[in-house]
Design a protein around this ligand. Structure first.
Ligand SMILES: N[C@@H](CCC(=O)N[C@@H](CS)C(=O)NCC(=O)O)C(=O)O
Length: 220
């Protein structure tokens, strides 16, 4: 197998990379790792010690999901996950940006909530930012229809994996309870858009799985 993806089982970041590889029909094998575990191999491949990491045919290590996806778009341009048209391209990149940053901000909120004495000011600020991102995406998906019969774009990929990642976090107990993370209840347009994305074979084949880690204990 030419490509190896080092991934964490529940990772929305890794899922995003896997979906783009499946959409591009690129064969790969997956090696799972727990980046917070004592025996992690992650530092051998990435100075940032984060997953996912793609090991290419030439043995290069490509890390950070956004960079891996840009790398894949460069070396495997077909099918393109970004449209040619300039306005459409910017619109996709805006949704992508919101989806990617939302995951990072939600992670910052979750880690704070796991601490023995979370800072109220920090929790309020991150909660406001998550809500702001969700409000904006609800608006943007009201102006655009997900067309999963044709394919997915990098915006759908980032938004879908982030929102499904939050949902999986709550269901599995990996994420702490926080009302703002229950996005389906408050955002009907996003609920519908993500439900359509879940029908896409690349999404269906890459559902998050549990990992043997207690994030709360790790953080606190
Ligand atoms: N910006 C990174 C974030 C990746 C990330 O947070 N990965 C988690 C696993 S889901 C990780 O490796 N965390 C370990 C750490 O940050 O120390 C990306 O998009 O790849």
């Amino acid at each position: 197998m030419a490509y190896k993806l080092i991934n964490a089982r529940p990772s929305p970041f890794g899922r995003k990379v896997e979906i783009s590889m499946r959409e591009k029909s690129i064969e790969y094998e997956v090696q799972y790792d727990v980046p917070w575990g004592e025996n992690t191999c992650t530092p051998q491949y990435s100075p940032l010690e984060q997953l996912p990491i793609l090991i290419t045919e030439k043995g290069e290590n490509v890390y950070d999901s956004g960079h891996i996806i840009n790398w894949l778009e460069t070396y495997h341009p077909s099918p393109a996950l970004l449209p040619e048209d300039r306005d459409a391209r910017i619109a996709v990149q805006t949704r992508r940006l919101l989806g990617e940053r939302l995951m990072e901000i939600a992670q910052s909120l979750m880690f704070e909530l796991f601490r023995p004495q979370p800072s109220t000011a920090w929790v309020d600020r991150q909660t406001r930012k998550v809500r702001g991102g969700l409000d904006e995406l609800e608006k943007l998906y009201g102006e655009y229809t997900v067309q999963t019969e044709i394919g997915v774009d990098l915006g759908d990929l980032a938004v879908g994996t982030t929102l499904l990642g939050l949902e999986f976090g709550l269901e599995s107990g990996l994420a702490p309870e926080a009302p703002v993370l229950h996005w389906r209840e408050s955002y009907p347009t996003l609920d519908e858009a993500v439900s359509r994305l879940e029908l896409r074979p690349s999404f269906a084949a890459t559902k998050p799985q549990m990992m043997d880690v207690n994030l709360g204990a790790t953080v606190s």
